[in-house]
Write a protein that binds this ligand. Structure first.
Ligand code: ZN
Length: 245
């Protein structure tokens, strides 16, 4: 099966639609979403509607989805993120809120572990280096785990002796998941990339070929940024989309 693995959409419908279109071209038969569907951006309801319309989806909730449904304290957030959550709560309708309320930050599919943050702490912890990744590798016996939360396309590989090494995943990079190694893969962020590349990021996972390919997709950044300004959300949330930071 070919799976499009997406994370951190953050209410950016322009970016998400561009990713779904590319995923379709790449032959995606399912979509796995690693959380942070809402927060930061101006289209939470449209993005949730799109997620709900996907026929074969596994959907996690991230810390922003939990905060938007009163399951995570916004005091953990910086002022701008907290303001976006407060705004998001004012525009959610009942159906959207109910959908988000049911989401959990960890799950699994076909033996693959899916988490928003880390295996150790799926809602909160950022896997940003080998030391943190090592703790997740030790916490469960998976061969492959997909995670999000950092908004950075990365891969951590544990080799037979248990040592872990991390690497950035570049556009078009293709990684064969070997049976004698273990992997933690972050597909980057759909709606708010932070690696200096403004294009939406996602991964295609071919479960039969045991291969992951990272994709970047251009989308209408100006439209998404214009809606953020129009909604009265902090300008920095609009500005950062153009620079991917
Ligand atoms: Zn996020």
């Amino acid at each position: 099966m070919r799976v499009a693995v997406c994370s951190d959409i953050h209410s950016n419908i322009e970016a998400f639609d561009a990713v779904l279109a590319r995923a379709g071209e790449e032959g995606a038969e399912a979509v796995w979403i690693l959380g942070d569907i809402v927060g930061y951006g101006a289209d939470p309801v449209a993005v949730v509607d799109r997620v709900r319309s996907l026929p074969a989806a596994v959907v996690l909730g991230g810390n922003h989805d939990l905060a938007a449904t009163d399951r995570f304290d916004v005091r953990w957030f910086n002022r701008i993120a907290a303001r976006a959550i407060e705004w998001t709560k004012t525009v959610l309708d009942d159906t959207t809120r109910e959908f988000l309320t049911a989401l959990q930050p960890a799950g699994s599919k076909g033996g693959v572990i899916l988490v928003h943050g880390s295996v150790v702490d799926p809602a909160i912890e950022y896997v940003t280096n080998e030391r943190v990744a090592e703790e997740s590798f030790a916490a469960a016996s998976f061969a492959c785990c997909f995670f999000g939360h950092t908004h950075l396309p990365t891969i951590f590989t544990a080799v037979a002796d248990g040592s872990v090494r991390g690497a950035v995943l570049g556009e078009g990079e293709s990684v064969e998941l070997r049976g004698d190694r273990r992997y933690m893969v972050n597909p980057g962020s759909v709606g708010q990339p932070r690696d200096g590349d403004a294009r939406a990021s996602f991964a295609m996972y071919d479960t039969a070929a045991n291969r992951v390919v990272l994709h970047r997709v251009a989308y209408d950044v100006d439209a998404a940024a214009g809606k953020i300004r129009g909604a009265g959300l902090p300008d920095t949330l609009a500005d950062r989309l153009a620079v991917g930071r």
